[in-house]
Design a protein around this ligand. Structure first.
Ligand SMILES: CSCCC(=O)C(=O)COP(=O)(O)O
Ligand SMILES: [Zn+2]
Length: 204
């Protein structure tokens, strides 16, 4: 199980890097290992060429388990998602240009997208003819505070698919790594379209 999860994270990192969505040391990825644990990337390494010795187990308080590695600085956002929804099996955090710029252009708490066929890549959506809303949290270096912000937002309205952190990037998830990758690819396509529309002065 751990070997499979590790390979899923390594493969996702290679693919995400090839898309240009985890430049420098940006991004972090995790897979749930059970009710109380997750496998997550270590802090500060390039996520495009990970090896198994750059992954460690954490409990849902974000504490390393049987490892001397330093977990991702953003571990608490991953573990909070696993606590908030027991159906989440994998979490991907990326730093694309589109998610970073769009989250800064939008000054409100939500990004609303409508009219795109690609909305159907997000579980539960069956038409372009509806609006999807992606929450935007303000960035912070204080991870317990940002995780608390996420919990508060979730209590008002449970989030689906992902959320943006302003000027920082995207968190997305799925019931397994395959669904998380589909949500990531779909959302990034939608963000790129929306950014291009705004650049052309169309819509909004
Ligand atoms: C230059 S990236 C800054 C940190 C960050 O936002 C990130 O996603 C990577 O942090 P980690 O500790 O997981 O390497
Ligand atoms: Zn980040």
């Amino acid at each position: 199980m751990i070997d499979t999860a590790a390979q899923q994270i390594i493969d996702a990192g290679r693919w995400i890097d090839a898309q240009g969505w985890c430049p420098a040391t940006g991004g972090n990825f995790s897979v749930r290992l059970g009710a109380e644990r997750a496998l997550i990337t270590a802090s500060g390494c390039h996520k495009g060429h990970l090896s198994a010795d750059q992954l460690l187990q954490v409990d849902l308080d974000g504490l390393p388990q049987e490892s001397l590695l330093k977990p991702s600085a953003e571990t608490l956002l991953h573990t909070r998602l696993y606590e908030l929804d027991s159906g989440i099996g994998a979490v991907l955090h990326t730093h694309s240009v589109a998610s970073t710029v769009l989250s800064r252009l939008e000054s409100g708490d939500w990004l609303t997208i409508s009219g795109y066929e690609m909305q159907k890549s997000l579980s539960g959506n069956h038409t372009h003819d509806a609006s999807i809303r992606i929450a935007i949290l303000d960035n912070a270096q204080d991870m317990p505070a940002l995780a608390a912000e996420l919990s508060q937002c979730w209590q008002t309205e449970p989030l689906a698919w992902g959320f943006l952190v302003r000027g920082h990037g995207l968190y997305t998830w799925g019931h397994d790594m395959s669904e998380a990758r589909r949500h990531l690819e779909g959302l990034e396509f939608l963000f790129a379209c929306e950014l291009e529309m705004r650049r052309l002065g169309a819509g909004v």
